[in-house]
Design a protein around this ligand. Structure first.
Ligand code: PEP
Ligand code: MN
Length: 475
């Protein structure tokens, strides 16, 4: 397969799982032609910088935090929601940096995470059978609005643009300053022990920054020097990258553009792969989902040709030799930082699969980053019919994952989480996952269940996870 010529549209000759059929093909083509003319959302040099930083993760010199909503909605594209999400990602990463003393590479599931793969194409609502909701860029949540509308792709582009613009604004105007970590919306955290723990870090950090200033190391860029050796971060004071599942290939193709590979100050970046390359300019990082990773399918064909670093979801149905064949296809030159394997087996299944996958990849000598997604294998339905996840089960998969990596002489390079800092109008966190230090019960789930896709950890539950990882990695 991989010897055939790749083009941004070569995926079209392969079967595409989760394909969306538009009733008006002409309208769809017109929208795609328009998107093709619109400017890139991210730049090749930003993408190269992420590749370089992921290569550090692969070499155990940094940790990866991949997090955000299961799916973004167009309606949630507001100042409050975006700043709450960024604030939580920054707080989480600060806890990791402080505890593990490792730089953290932050990739948000944001500014384009609209499309959703579904287990079934149709669902029953009352006595009607309607097409499943496929995400805001395809159809509407209302059962009366399920016909795929291509205009939604254009709307996705502009909502991504607005979100990204706001993130860039936030990160270049002091929001991410390590001098004021309390501004990242800790005010509503009610748990006294969590507040205390986070405040201890803020104070320690303030002392460290003060000390740096006193001894004259402060060049006004202390935030970055703490991170990746100085220089302004990709989206401002700190590095922050965007990602989404590369599900809608026609949209991804329309934003795939040919550029010379920028040197970027990164040693050998331009030498290794000479000539121009195809960049997906809709996000820095894209991943292929567990439902679309067929070796001979359209998604793998598309992913093998783009220069961006990519993620691959790995679930219990992946055979070990299939995983290695997949790596051969998407990373034939075995470039460090190119592939991140996001494992999501479920707490009850991880012991049966992870070690076999690690050993097969070790034997193949493919350089990969191993990331734990303890969310997607652990979804259940509550007695009241809500899709939820149990905090204890999430922690169980995560701790098993760390243990199995150690047993296999491997290392967990990061986590992939669905969480949100979103608050309701009265300033309360969402109630979508059970347990955590706030001991959320089944009866409380319905109180502020705001996700329109998978259940997310709320602010407090996320900080619980951050402290747990941070303590595990403390040496
Ligand atoms: C997701 O990340 O939201 C998702 C659908 O994951 P997976 O492909 O692993 O099921
Ligand atoms: Mn999800």
């Amino acid at each position: 397969m991989s010897s055939e010529t790749w083009t941004p549209s070569s995926w079209r000759s392969k079967p595409a799982a989760q394909n969306v059929q538009y009733p008006d093909a002409e309208h769809h083509a017109k929208v795609l032609a328009k998107i093709q003319t619109l400017p890139p959302l991210v730049t090749p040099s930003e993408i190269e910088r992420l590749r370089h930083q992921l290569s550090s993760v692969q070499k155990n010199e940094a940790f990866l935090l991949h997090a955000g909503d299961c799916a973004e909605s167009f309606d949630a594209c507001t100042h409050e929601n975006i700043s709450a999400k960024i604030g939580l990602i920054l707080s989480f990463s600060l806890i990791l940096i402080w505890g593990a003393r490792l730089p953290v590479v932050r990739i948000g599931r944001i500014a384009g995470q609209y499309a959703k793969p579904r287990s079934s194409a149709y669902e029953k609502i009352g006595d009607r059978e309607v097409m499943s909701f496929r995400g805001d860029n395809v159809n509407g949540l209302s059962p009366d609005d399920r016909t795929p509308n291509p205009e939604r792709l254009l709307s996705a582009y502009f909502h991504s643009t607005a979100t990204l613009n706001h993130i860039r604004g936030l990160l270049t105007s002091g929001f991410a300053s390590l001098h004021h970590p309390r501004d990242w919306s800790l005010s509503h955290v009610r748990s006294p022990s969590l507040r205390k723990e986070f405040e201890a870090i803020s104070e320690g950090l303030a002392d460290a920054l003060e000390f740096t200033r006193t001894i004259g190391l402060d060049s006004g860029q202390e935030a970055q020097s703490y991170e990746h050796g100085g220089g302004r971060g990709v989206l401002g004071e700190v590095d922050f990258y965007t990602s989404h599942e590369g599900l809608m290939l026609d949209y991804e193709e329309a934003l795939t553009r040919k550029f010379p590979i920028p040197g970027n100050g990164v040693p050998n970046a331009a030498k290794k792969t000479p000539g121009p390359a195809f960049y997906n300019t809709s996000a820095h990082f894209l991943w292929v989902g567990d439902r679309t990773r067929q070796l001979d399918g359209a998604h793998v064909e598309y992913f093998r040709g783009i220069r961006n670093p990519i993620g691959i979801k790995v679930g219990p149905s992946m055979a070990a030799e299939e995983l290695v064949r997949l790596l051969d296809i998407v990373n034939p030159d075995r470039e460090s930082g190119r592939v991140t394997l996001i494992t999501r087996y479920g707490a009850g299944k991880i012991d049966n699969h992870l070690a076999g996958h690690i050993r097969a990849v070790q034997k193949s000598e493919h350089p990969v980053i191993w990331v734990c997604d303890p969310m997607h294998g652990n979804t259940l339905t509550s007695s009241t019919g809500l899709k939820t996840r149990n905090f204890g089960t999430i922690i169980s998969e995560l701790t098993s994952c760390i243990r199995i990596h150690t047993e296999c002489d491997s290392r967990l390079g990061g986590v992939s989480l669905e969480f949100t800092g979103e608050l309701n109008e009265e300033g309360f966190s969402v109630t979508e996952c059970l347990g955590g230090s706030m001991e959320l019960s089944e009866e409380q789930l319905g109180l502020r269940y705001q996700s329109f896709c998978d259940p997310r950890l709320n602010f407090e539950q996320s900080l619980d996870v951050a402290f747990l990882i941070s303590n595990r990695f403390k040496n």
